[in-house]
Ligand binder design. Structure first.
Ligand code: NAD
Ligand code: UDP
Length: 336
């Protein structure tokens, strides 16, 4: 298959491009570099030996989308492109709706014009809100706690409505839990701009000396060690989940939602310890009050992905932290 990856030079898109090529597919990447660097393309060539078919464009630009699809025979699209910072989404909701929702609508319209009606969508476990009914199954109630989460839930609903209107569409919304890790080559990885909002990139920057200490947001949760528990999944497992999902579109699944997680919860303190094992660096910590909007614990029921896609995460917590450390220590300032 030839698969178009919007947001293809981003963190998850770049790892998915590798997994797709390894599975024998061809990829076209589209990105506006709003949150990624052109250097990713050189790194991908180094890893895969393939020069990427790349298109610099904004996913809200219908003419550009038409141009990409007119020139190539695209079989399916994996739609990653969207801004993803919760705090920024509260400050700039229209930016999130314009790109996250508007960009998705423009993309689906362009796909329809070119009769490409197979799509895998990057959704998130954030659609479960603060549900404490663990593990989270796909039929758990959804709720929204910030504009970012609303963009994800709205796009899922748009895909459901689209399939209801025209059953030639096939769409799988993948609900990611907490993607971490990096390609084991150390050549690509997560490169957040500014202060990392997420735990693992923050720990990695402390370990490499860019930040003095990790602030743990709350150690008074009703969890075994008091710190927040999440389902961290290696980005290459996640990437392989996309390969399985895009291949499953050939079975004409209609519209479906599938969790991508490990099914295991890991606390903030356990993550810090794992990172110390991987790096050999002691991570200074400070404990601060809970971060607004955070719940105590979240992990997936990952059985539907195994049943429907034949996919299960296999990489361990120690592989996640070892791969992040290799990436961060070889590239202390990310791609810069
Ligand atoms: P990322 O920011 O690294 O990648 C997204 C890519 O999309 C970037 O390269 C960015 O430049 C590009 N992009 C953004 N807006 C664009 C636009 N309007 N036009 C063209 N390109 C645009 O993020 P990521 O972590 O790889 O996430 C990919 C997707 O997965 C996003 O939709 C995100 O919401 C979703 N997701 C991520 C996580 C996570 O923790 N990383 C969790 C759940 C869901
Ligand atoms: N966290 C933390 N310090 C940080 C960033 C995150 O203690 O600097 C905690 C956070 O409260 C949560 C866990 O780490 O319990 C994962 O947070 P992240 O932002 O990575 O993911 P999310 O909250 O979106 O699941």
């Amino acid at each position: 298959m030839r698969i178009l990856l919007t947001g293809g030079t981003g963190y998850i898109g770049s790892h998915t491009a590798i997994a797709l090529i390894e599975a024998g597919h061809q990829v076209t990447l589209l990105d506006n570099f709003s949150n990624s660097k052109p250097a990713v393309l050189d790194r991908l060539r180094e890893i895969t030996g393939v020069t990427m078919d790349f298109f610099e464009a904004d996913v809200t630009d219908e003419d550009a989308l038409d141009a990409v699809m007119a020139d190539r025979s695209i079989d399916a699209v994996i739609h990653f492109a969207a801004p993803k910072a919760v705090g920024e989404s509260i400050a700039r909701p229209l930016h999130y709706f314009e790109n996250g929702v508007g960009g998705t609508v423009k993309l689906l319209r362009a796909m329809d014009r070119h009769a490409v009606r197979n799509v895998v969508y990057s959704s998130s476990a954030t659609v479960y809100g603060l549900s404490e009914d663990l593990p989270l199954t796909e039929d758990a109630p959804t709720s929204v706690i910030n504009p970012y989460g609303r963009t994800k839930l709205m796009c899922e609903q748009i895909l459901g409505d689209l399939f209801a209107s025209d059953s030639s569409w096939n769409a799988i919304a993948l609900r990611y839990f907490n993607p971490v890790g990096a390609h084991p080559s150390g050549l690509i990885g997560e490169d957040p701009q500014g202060v990392p909002a997420n735990l693992v990139p923050f720990i990695a920057q402390v370990a490499v000396g860019r930040r003095p200490a990790l602030t743990i947001f709350g150690d008074d949760y009703p969890t075994p060690d008091g710190t927040g528990v999440r389902d961290y999944i290696h980005v290459l497992d996640l990437a392989e989940g996309h390969v399985a999902a895009v291949e499953h579109l050939a079975n004409k699944p209609g519209y479906d939602t599938i969790n991508l997680g490990t099914g295991q919860g890991v606390s903030v303190r356990e993550m810090v310890e794992a990172f110390e094992r991987a790096s050999g660096v002691a991570i200074p910590i400070e404990v601060a009050p809970r971060r607004p909007g955070d719940g105590p614990a979240s992990w997936a029921d990952a059985t539907k992905a195994a049943r429907v896609l034949g996919w299960t995460a296999t990489r361990t917590l120690d592989q996640m932290t070892a791969d992040v450390w290799r990436w961060q220590s070889h590239n202390p300032n990310g791609y810069d």
